[in-house]
Design a protein around this ligand. Structure first.
Ligand code: HEC
Length: 166
């Protein structure tokens, strides 16, 4: 009797192992199948940069117009960012026009290396022609610690390239 019980238990254990193995194999297969569609995961630093961009008003000046149709919170509508032209510039402030800060063909935000980006954010000098950036609140952003400015740069490197709206 005891022998039979042992045998039955052993058989059950074996079945469970085989069963689990099959489920595991199936999971592995579906993981493989899902991979190509999954978006590239954002680094922790880029996520922090996203938070900083979302709470520093970059969208208000660098996305034209900032909100999608029907998504303007100033009109009492639920906020919907204008994703098609997100941070691609083109907003006019008198004679000054906001820059496109999405990545260029080399993946550099506003076409700037990290070094030039940090310099622009801190000194307010356009790295191309040296003019003092107007309207852009660089006297405030320039106070950010390097780690935060680097995080913003990393996030801006990860967003889609876009052209100015509308
Ligand atoms: C109040 C409006 C405003 C806000 C808010 C703002 N910007 Fe700007 N930004 C501008 C304008 C306008 C320019 C172009 C200024 C000029 O050419 O004189 C500019 C230029 C820049 C440039 C220089 C690009 C280049 O190639 O010279 C960078 C980089 C930049 N902004 C990044 C940011 C980031 C990042 C944020 C958010 C953290 C931000 N800006 C928030 C208005 C704004």
């Amino acid at each position: 009797m005891q022998g039979r019980l042992k045998l039955a238990l052993a058989a059950a254990a074996l079945l469970m192992t085989v069963g689990n193995g099959a489920i595991f194999a199936q999971q592995q297969k579906s993981d493989r199948a899902a991979k190509p569609a999954a978006p590239k995961p954002m680094s922790a630093q880029a996520k922090r940069g996203r938070y900083l961009v979302q709470t520093s008003g970059c969208n208000d000046c660098h996305t034209n117009p900032p909100f999608a149709a029907g998504g303007n919170p100033f009109l009492g509508e639920p906020k919907i960012i204008n994703a098609a032209h997100f941070l691609a510039g083109g907003t006019e402030f008198g004679p000054v026009v906001s820059a496109n800060i999405t990545p260029d063909e080399n993946g550099r935000p506003a076409g700037l290396t990290l070094e030039k980006f940090l310099s622009a954010m801190r000194t307010g000098r356009d790295p191309e022609d040296g003019h003092i950036l107007q309207v852009m609140p660089w006297p405030i952003f320039g106070e950010m610690i390097e780690r935060d400015l680097e995080a913003i740069y990393e996030y801006l490197s990860a967003i889609p390239r876009a052209t100015p709206g509308p």
